[in-house]
Design a protein. Structure first.
Length: 202
């Protein structure tokens, strides 16, 4: 769709209200804005909005949830442009929404080649490590790009702390050459590096 804009729909904003029923009104305004600007709507973590309706309603919140689902069904029916939904829990979708989604695209977890690219992309170039991304990609299957990103983020402070301590020891011993450590393989791969303590804090 040439010239179309993308409009990401943040459910936390649409649902930010002090009054029961305001979420549906926010959705109406969101769709109206998208229609006027000819935007492509993108709902991330869409199961928050497209989950099954409440069958045994016991309070005003349950009524509001069902009202929101019903309004969204009408809005989807009347919207002529493209709407994208992303979710890890499509099994939670209400069947009424499933019927209105014309195409489903399943994204599989990255294969070994893709994991290798992801490790290489997420490990900062300036990080002091000689980690072998090919070995990491081969050793850990069944993980997503988010898992790899989180592993790097969690390991980075520990890596830098270990690297700094290793350099202090080298400086005290009069070593002039600063060597690149391999402790990232311990933090990410479960293998002990040259300068890694026996028990690392996590």
């Amino acid at each position: 769709m040439r010239g179309s804009r993308s409009q990401e729909c943040d459910f936390s904003v649409a649902n930010y209200t002090k009054c029961v029923g305001e979420t549906a009104k926010n959705l109406v305004m969101m769709f109206q804005y998208a229609k006027e600007s000819q935007a492509i709507l993108f709902f991330d973590e869409a199961d928050a909005l497209l989950s099954r309706r409440v069958t045994n309603m016991s309070n005003s919140t349950d009524v509001s949830v069902n009202q929101t689902r019903s309004v969204l069904l009408v809005l989807i029916n009347d919207y002529d442009d493209l709407i994208l939904f992303a979710s890890n829990f499509i099994t939670n979708y209400d069947p009424a929404f499933i019927r209105r989604i014309l195409a489903h695209v399943k994204f599989e977890l990255p294969d070994e080649e893709s994991r290798c690219k992801l490790w290489r992309m997420y490990i900062p170039r300036k990080m002091p490590t000689d980690a072998d991304v090919k070995k990491l990609a081969a050793a850990y299957s069944g993980i997503s790009g988010s898992d790899i990103s989180n592993a790097i983020l969690r390991a980075y402070p520990q890596i830098m702390q270990l690297w700094y301590k290793s350099q202090q020891r080298r400086w005290k011993n009069g070593e002039k050459e600063l060597q690149v450590m391999d402790n990232i393989r311990y933090v990410l791969g479960g293998r002990k590096g040259r300068d890694t303590p026996t028990a690392a804090s996590r």
